[in-house]
Write a protein that binds this ligand. Sequence first.
Ligand code: DGJ
Length: 726
Amino acid sequence: MPIIFDSEKKIFKLDTLNSSYIFEIYNESYLVHLYYGKKIPDYNLKDFPNRRMFASFSASNPHMDDWVFSADVFPLEIGCNGCGDMRISSLQIRNADGNASTDMRYVSHKIYKGKPALKGLPALYENEEGECETLEVTTRDCVTGAEALLLYTVFEKYSAITRSVIVKNTSDKPFSIEKVMSFNLDMNGKDFDLITLYGRHNNERNFERRPLSHGRQGIGSRRGSSSAQQNPFMALLRHGATEDYGDAYGFNLVYSCNHLCEIEVDFNNSSRVMMGIDPSDFSWKLAPGEEFYSPEAVLVYSDEGLGGMSRTFHKLYNNNLVRGPWKKAKRPLLINNWEGTYFDFDDDKLFDIAKWAKETGIEMLVMDDGWFGKRNDDTCALGDWEVNEDKLRGGIGSLVSRIKGLGLKFGIWYEPEMISPDSDLFRAHPDWHIHVPGRESSIGRHQYVIDMTRQDVRDYLFNKISEVLRNNDIDYVKWDFNRNITEAGSAILPPERQSEFFHRFILGTYELMGRILEAYPHILLENCSGGGGRYDPGMMYFSPQIWCSDNTDALSRVDIQFGSSLCYPASVQGAHVSASRRSGYETKRNVAMWGSFGYELDPGKISEEARAEIKTQIADYHKYYDLIHYGDLYRIISPWDDPYRVAWEFVSEDKREAMLTVVIKFFTEARNFFIKLKGLDSEKYYKCLEDGEVYSGALLMNAGISMFYYPDRDGESFALHFEEVK
Ligand code: DGJ
């Protein structure tokens, strides 16, 4: 039983394979957090939150018969605003009478098998009955009648817990939710480092580690997307914990819009952690009887450092987040024409690329931006989702049959959430773009964002996309999103609901994605947002692979892939070989193999030698597909530890196979070094396919492989494959 409730001691204990999460009902009312960390068998933790914490001048509820209690100092499962808890709140409600005080107390709880769906929102799911167990705790503010249901679902075998909150209005007056975070976790102590992933277009998900300090800290996005600037992920590592050892707590929000990941270290050295919708431009009016679902957050604990935490996220997301027929099916090896042609293509050009692709062993052609309306550059036509017959003579149908005639699959690009001011759609429906009356709308990449909160807009988009998908044998859709949202407002929302705009926007996007996939379930959806600007688990629920970055230069890309790997599995990572500047095709291939592999070039513009080399690369993609997509990732040398070289390794679950890849970013004289592999079976023997030698797992992991004989110049790389021998 992963969840138990001791009715005498009033303690909840949520166990996974490696972790325990424990809290109590204190004095019949407050939910007091006791412990989250490495699995423990018992829960004799009554004094764990130091009950004699310094609380003088901290306010206390007059009816608490315990003089030491104050909501300001006790670790709590929900942090409410205005009733004694002076730390950052995880729930703030503006009541009908205008004040913003809320005091949620325990009312009841339920423990049940399975996991409830979250209305309108992407969320992890269970595959078979009994895989998960859920604890639902109802809390209530007795003055206003507001209720908050705290949901905890335990994924026992992955050491993961998902958390979310449902706010209900059980009163007879409306109120507004001003802040609702998906979880509140008051950790004992402040001896942690915070790890986050910052970046920008072309340079997403850089690793940053810093110690917690007193006061507030955190990251977030207010861009209308989860953003390239700050991914909705954070980890807390115990001081001294490393890639392989020590306590690591990972937190990830299943959401693709504005988010806040916040921590406050208080005067008692307790660290309050929370994650949820960014409250700064948010409020949600809740009428009597209505309820509001927060997005879900995923909490992972590992005592095997950052590496253990990452591998847990990877397995969990491969099994319980990614869905549909492409979840485990082998994805087609694709060629995308974007970097090869940009807007300058026609049907014959695409057919030429496809012919070469077919000869080379590539399985799908993806036609990128520029096939519709008058779109010959990025200044116009988004929204005019009708084929440009000057480019594709005979329409999409004719091109698709030509490509299918070669035996290739076919994919198409869309950017549904956008509208160009220079488009027939905008001329017909100027109020469909996101705007604020009387204020000039900012422009980003010459485009506006379309109002996804509107049902008529979503219906229009569904019908337009459907016309193409219904009438043509299309296998894949690339769904792009290339600007941030500004002047956020909808022509159809009343003034008191304009602050619901951002959340309604993403609910609209999720609804449209879901509707398209329901109507065309065979479609492989690849999400993209100017590269990896919406590289988040919300999108992964719809999109089994996501374009990781527009930066396809292998030596830059490898850093982005390392950052992404903290939380996201290789299977979702769209990674292509392109004709980009630095490094040869071997390195481009070695780097792009760490993901859902493909090409992005015009074969007519690369050398004969490069074309010949590409032909040799394809077999490896097939051979190592499962190892890379579903094996365990070990980061051996990470870019945040070594500026010269990086190395990573995939090990199959049965430990019979492994692949080590090393990329030399810059030559260094210190080249007589050994790389120690990880995750092998020390009892097994492995043959290295490249040097033909046999090594024990113990040797490979403890003595390592000398790098002296392998390439070592700037931009060079190599991969070594190990297979078990009996
Ligand atoms: C941005 C994407 O990241 C690129 O791959 C490409 O699809 C362009 N948009 C097209 O406009």
